[in-house]
Design a protein around this ligand. Sequence first.
Ligand SMILES: [Zn+2]
Length: 311
Amino acid sequence: MNNKINVADYGNRLRASIGKGVKANLGFRMALGVASAIPVAFATLAAEAAEVQIIPSSPKLGDTISVIVTPDNPGNGGNLQVTSKGKTYPVFPIAPNQYRAFIPTTPLEKHGRKVIRVSGDGETRNLAVWVNNRKFPTQRITLPGKKGGLKLTQHERDRVREFKALVSPQKYWNGSFRRPNNSRISTIYGVRRYYNGVFAQNYYHRGVDYAGGFGSPVVAPAAGRVALVGKESQGFVVHGNVVGIDHGQGVTSIFMHLNRIDVKEGDMVEPGQLIGGIGSTGASTGPHLHWGVYVNGQAVDPVPWRFNEIE
Ligand SMILES: [Zn+2]
């Protein structure tokens, strides 16, 4: 008698899971457990179950992939691990009994099949997602002589590297990011370059440029903590006057070439709050804002963060 009730319950649970748009169910062994020693087996196997959702379901290069895990058993998310191509990505709780890892993609990687491994409590699942190709525009740059441009100073390199590596457990942002400046976009994310006719393998435009004039207001696109303020006078010769905002959980924003900075390190900023003015400091040939969004250290396309409400 009891068996029948439990089997029916299991079926309902499965249907409920599928109804939520589930991509994978880690609890597949439950089906085998139902036939024998119901009460014990059910409890044990349910503890290993989890739903995994991947958003967007059809990403393209530059997108931020969200891996959302909902363990069937609350309290089972503590030891979740999300890895892809040998890298482990930090997992944070985002709702009661729901966890998320962000996997950044960039123009430097190959499009195609990407395997994401989710494991916890002795259960491991490999999920495959197809990352679509994307045509990025190219620019041809002619530099006089062998070398051109400015080189990062050691101080600048260290500070910026440290900033991009920030992974704070708090989630400061809420909903869609807003545009950091009102002027038109002059260069989109992902543009590739040829220097003197040679394709630059490791270069891609790591952000979005806004063509505002000198002093045009730059605002925080989302809430966060100001974790980097660098001045050209202190050796930020490439970035120029620069502000970095930590949005939390491995998401950061950087604002370069400013002529004015209106915040200091440690400040908490709200979306829309003034942080500085457009300039042409550092490696810049005219006034513009460069806004970069980094996810777990990689420069992703900021555009989905503006329009796809990544919660
Ligand atoms: Zn730029």
